[in-house]
Design a protein around this ligand. Structure first.
Ligand code: PMP
Length: 337
């Protein structure tokens, strides 16, 4: 038995019980490990969906160029699909993103333009603005626009939601997801809520992002916006793919807690996952007191730890940010003394 191309291997990711980091919580916590997708992230699912819907709609034509502002994972999915389907790719990203992520896109032959992080989305230098300009200037170009493209949430409505429902035998009671474009949480939650409207949906947000305040007050508060370290989640605007109606609440997690929990996933569970997985589990721990013994919580682990080797998996990086201040001495530092 074989697959006809790498894209056919996307999806059907495993659900794995967490045993150590969630100690003290009642209920069963299951991680949906999206790193087994061929691009090592959940974004493979929506990348291929966006491309195929654009092909069907006649927006993306043979030999065309795919343009996107992407923090890496969506780019990886798009770049991989572009190789198989014969498209070119130009991505804009920010200087906050891991070098590993940018290098991985270039490995697939994509062109990557790195833009400054700390400018307004409307600023002509922002990665949103640069990708919009390229869309107009590059011939035969199509901008995927993951923030507002409904194919993003649709991929999760059609795949991620049904997979979780079947894997838990319909027993899922809580869905916990880090929110960026909103595609993962909105599509997955919509499907699961249609199956069981009582399922609780908790969105994980960052300090420096607008989602939580907007959900609680209906106000888009610019004062909520400031730079933060956590990658992949939180935004400084409201993407159309965030369906606030299917999300019960947002919980904010600090950069430090997200980073240390990400590291703990490797050290205590043997799961090498990315920063937003750590953020989601840390957020669950903040909210977890309300859980009951029969609850079945599914937490999405969006991407792979290899993309964060220079960050939370690097002791110097953690130390420089003061994230290890209250940690006990490690063997290495004891030996140095
Ligand atoms: N985690 C990571 C690592 C991501 O790249 C993203 C996408 N920005 C998310 C979480 C959030 O997923 P979504 O865009 O579907 O809300």
């Amino acid at each position: 038995m074989w697959y006809n191309n790498i894209l056919e291997t996307i999806g059907n990711t495993p659900l794995v019980k967490l045993n150590a980091v969630t100690k003290g919580l009642k209920g069963t916590v299951l991680a949906k490990i999206e790193t087994t997708n061929p691009g090592n992230s959940i974004k493979d699912r929506m990348a291929i969906q966006m491309i195929e819907d654009a092909e069907t709609a006649g927006l993306l034509k043979p030999g065309g160029t795919i343009i996107e502002g992407t923090s890496g994972n969506t780019g990886m999915g798009l770049a991989m699909a572009a190789v198989v389907k014969g498209y070119k790719c130009i991505f804009t990203t920010t200087d906050k993103q891991s070098k590993e992520k940018v290098d991985a896109l270039r490995a697939f032959g994509a062109e990557v333009i790195v833009c400054p992080t700390n400018v307004e989305p409307e600023d002509p230098r922002s990665y949103y603005s640069v990708s919009s300009r390229l869309q107009k200037e590059v011939p035969n170009a199509w901008k995927a626009n993951q923030y507002d493209n409904p194919s993003n949430a649709k991929a999760h409505y059609q795949q991620t939601g049904p997979e979780i429902w079947e894997q838990t035998d319909g027993k899922i009671t809580h869905l916990v997801v880090g929110v960026g474009t909103g595609g993962t949480i909105s599509g997955t939650a919509k499907y699961l809520r249609e199956k069981n409207p009582n399922i609780k949906v908790w969105g994980i947000d960052t300090y420096g992002s607008v989602f939580k305040k907007y959900k609680e007050t209906g106000i888009f508060d610019k004062n909520e916006i400031y730079p933060y370290i956590t990658e992949g989640i939180g935004e400084d605007f409201l993407p159309e793919n965030v369906d606030f109606n299917v999300i019960d609440l947002f919980e904010k997690v600090t950069d430090k807690d997200a980073a240390l929990m990400t590291r703990d996933l490797a050290r205590k569970e043997g799961i090498f996952a990315g920063n937003s997985a750590g953020a989601a589990v840390a957020g669950l721990m903040q909210l977890g007191e309300s859980l009951q013994p029969d609850d079945v919580v599914v937490v999405i682990f969006h991407d792979h730890g290899s993309r964060y080797m220079g960050k939370m998996y690097n002791e110097d990086w953690l130390r420089e940010r003061g994230f290890l201040e209250d940690e006990k001495l490690t063997a290495k530092t004891i030996l140095k003394k």
